[in-house]
Design a protein around this ligand. Sequence first.
Ligand code: ATP
Length: 345
Amino acid sequence: MHVEVRGLNKHFGNFHAVKDVSFDIKKGHLIGLLGPSGGGKTSILRILAGLENPDAGEIRLHGQLVNHLPPQERGIGFVFQNYALFKHMTVFDNIAFGLKVKKQSKSQIQDRVMELVELTGLSGFEKRYPHQLSGGQRQRVAFARALAPEPQLLLLDEPFAAIDAKIRHELRSWLRELIERVGITSIFVTHDQDEAIEVADEIMIINAGALEQKGTPWDIYKQPETPFVASFIGESTIVEHARELKGFDKLTGSAVEAKALIRPEYIEVGSEHEFTLLSATEKGKVRALHFRGSEWLVEVVVGNNKLITYRSLEKETLSVGQEVRVLVHRAYLFNDHENWMVENH
Ligand code: ATP
């Protein structure tokens, strides 16, 4: 379903937890709510679900205003990070729970549960109890249970937080495929940027109660609109005055006051003889080298700034403390009003 949120606000006592948040979500899209702890992600999810009342704002699901509807009448499925399965019920009964509440017939329930058991790869586990399952399997039961009553919108609060790293990775792609297959509009909360980038169609960056930016993972990474988004997503260094960088000193107009965001892929580091045009490069010093398997992460200091880059080499030829040249190919510039990419020339 299409989700429309306008001017959402929520206070807890004097604390302004959700600040004037508005957004639209297209039917069938998977949205990641990403941001630091305490930013308001869970509060937004709980307000959408009807578990919390907003002080102001409108929520429309499929064009219908739902502010006055209780959670069970909103057509929303919910998955929490701690699975919240019923411990005394089998996998079958857990998945059947929402269908029994809806007073469906025995045969309808049987068919729907078996369909979901298959869809979530749980065939053969129907009679087990939650304590007889792995974390990943339990979480799949939680997804199946949330999907069983055919909700129009699925809300997932840190669905992978309690699962160990390796399984989490598999479960992410599994969820992505499942959601595509079912075609259900979904919103998941995470504080893990890799997870959001990998899984989401669009990311909403939530910081201190406000929506800082909404866009595809590509947009968010390549065109961050605020310094917060820039520093929260991916590796980057922010240089206070872009004009002080070699090759960027001819910037004029609003660029005079602009800051520069430098990502690892924007720079190259090497010894003097590795660059033909030395005048376009900065002097720097290698501060650290980290072996990353297929490549080296190089930390280099230029002026007051620590920049990083990657070099894919069999054997790293740089050494810590070495004086090097740093070529900044391009920089992402931003000031209070605008942001844009510039090339070194
Ligand atoms: P996390 O990633 O840690 O879960 P979050 O971004 O989901 O954080 P919220 O859980 O929405 O953030 O909380 C936002 C702020 O509102 C926090 O400072 C939190 O302490 C506060 N808060 C949330 N629920 C309540 C409540 N019921 N009463 C008082 N304060 C609350």
